[in-house]
Design a protein. Structure first.
Length: 292
């Protein structure tokens, strides 16, 4: 953690909805005039798209069927930890971008599925990370120790799978069978690398559908926000103004002393109400430290 150079990290699995949460934070940054250096977790994968296909084939041939983007072997945990540590100390660091598709790749004149060169972060007041491993911790690496605000985005598993299946079919042209194979291959590392992060987060957002999602592999549509509830768990509820949140978020209630439940359609509003004052406090602490 760092007073002068704060770090905010969003962590969640593929299909969890972290990109939507990032858009909410971008709106907060614009409105409040916060200069944020935004880093995507995909940029810390070890392999580009072609290399990953080759590495997966080699892993399977060598009896390692669980090789995936979730685990140590396919990621640069050292580089991610070094970025967080260096930014917390100096407010600077190196990052790159993973180019997912033709639209992202065109400005760089590179093929999709490749990385841009490593480059210095832009001048900023805050580092914002969104990806798979903002709270990862292994025997060798501890990324989770650095964020001043660590947020988990973790829908119930069937909803997460539905969202992933629909996204990958619509944007990447995969079949349901192909996405299912990916989910199964990743399950071992999901349990060991993704799930444990949500015990280290400061706040978790878990969307829970209130429609039948018992077989996510045949679901024709993704449950809408109005067909969902959002369970918001605060690791430390001290200082959270729950009466204010309950008054502003109609039809919300407390299910535990540290847990707020809100209608799914109010998730963005809930994030705005919760995170805006937190970001402002980080910026005020930074301002005071910089002039001290």
């Amino acid at each position: 953690m760092s007073v002068k150079h704060p770090i905010v990290a969003i962590t969640g699995s593929s299909g969890a909805g972290t990109t939507s949460v990032t858009r909410t934070f971008e709106a907060i940054f614009r409105r409040e005039g916060v200069r944020a250096a935004i880093v995507e977790g995909d940029s810390f994968h070890r392999y580009d798209r072609a290399e990953m296909k080759k590495a997966m084939a080699e892993a399977e041939a060598n009896g390692k069927p669980h090789f995936s983007h979730f685990g140590t072997d396919a990621n640069l945990f050292s580089e991610l930890e070094n970025l967080f540590r260096h930014y917390a100390e100096t407010g600077t660091g190196q990052a790159r971008k993973y180019l997912h598709d033709e639209a992202e790749a065109a400005p760089f004149k590179q093929p999709p599925g490749t990385f841009t060169p490593w480059a210095p972060l832009p001048e900023s007041e805050l580092l914002f990370y969104e990806g798979l491993h903002g709270g990862v911790k292994t025997g060798e690496h501890d990324v989770a120790r650095y964020p001043d605000l660590l947020i988990g985005v973790v829908p119930v598993i069937n909803l997460e799978w539905i969202q992933k299946i629909h996204r990958d079919k619509a944007t990447r042209g995969y079949s349901t069978e192909a996405v299912t194979d990916v989910i199964l291959r990743r399950m071992h590392e999901y349990v060991h690398y993704i799930c444990p992060q949500f015990t280290r987060t400061h706040i978790n957002f878990q969307r829970v559908p209130v429609v039948d999602t018992s077989d996510p592999f045949i679901a024709r549509t993704i449950p809408t926000p109005d067909e969902s509830l959002v369970v918001i768990r605060f690791a430390n509820p001290k200082g959270i103004d729950f009466p204010y949140l309950l008054s502003m978020l109609h039809d919300s209630w407390m299910s535990r002393a540290n847990t707020l439940v809100v209608p799914g359609g109010k998730m963005d509003l809930a994030m705005q109400l919760i995170f805006t004052p937190m970001i402002l406090r980080l910026m005020e602490r930074r301002r005071q430290a910089m002039v001290a």
